[in-house]
Write a protein that binds this ligand. Sequence first.
Ligand code: PAF
Length: 291
Amino acid sequence: MTVRTQGGYAAGQLTVHRSPAEIAPVTRALRGAGRKVALVPTMGALHEGHRELIRHARRTPGATVTAVSIFVNPLQFGAGEDLDRYPRPLEADLQVCREEGVELVFLPGVTDMYPDGADTTIVPGRVGDELEGAVRPGHFAGVLTVVAKLFHIVAPEVAFFGEKDYQQLVMIKKMVRDLDFPVSVVGVPTVREPGGLALSSRNAYLAPEERPVAATLQRALAAGAAVSARGPEAVLGAARAVLAEEPELQVQYLELRDPDLGRRPQTGRARLLVAARLGRTRLIDNIAVQL
Ligand code: PAF
């Protein structure tokens, strides 16, 4: 089928679109021609975890076109955070997209996304002030605002996010429900290094000797999950004991919540979440637990 688009679309090839005005007519024309658009929103510095998201997107049933957005969103960084040093290896990122069969890359600049600044924003619900939101005030308003904009601009049927940022995933799903976005949000399990460290673009900040210490987060979560039959206190106690073995880790929170990040359950499905600082790097991780 020939698909007419105003901007560029060439089946089987990667095309890069730099503004909302360039990509919006393309994805709408594709959808009009019966194609499904699957979106993988990223901030670039693509790693194996992103490749996994793209592979899931490409496996979406139907005649799917996979779009990846690459945008380091200033709105979700607080004062003193790593906005300026966040890695931006653009050529390598485009190569990853090519290798994974991505056809559309959306690569806007800050003024393309926020031409008038960011005056109108999304207000996250209660969970937005907890866990990550308590340590990084305003972070989720920034995340939800940019994701809402990406959904409007790219108009995907389905979008993929990693479970590594579990709270982000829960909050995006909730935004989609609460505000009736016509998008299915799919969570993809975390990809880990052989030592257990969850892949993250920010792992680039870790010194080689810090990597095994960083993997302690996953060991702590696994230790907690291993005693889940003994109840919530045992889970938290076991995880805490492993974290305490590494004084270099400054733990910011270790919490057990229900899967929607409401209260701590006594039985059933739960999520154990941890955040810690290690030198100049902030690490987060989480695991599913069956109490
Ligand atoms: O997870 C990320 O990389 C970002 O928070 C996202 C979802 C692309 C929004 O900027």
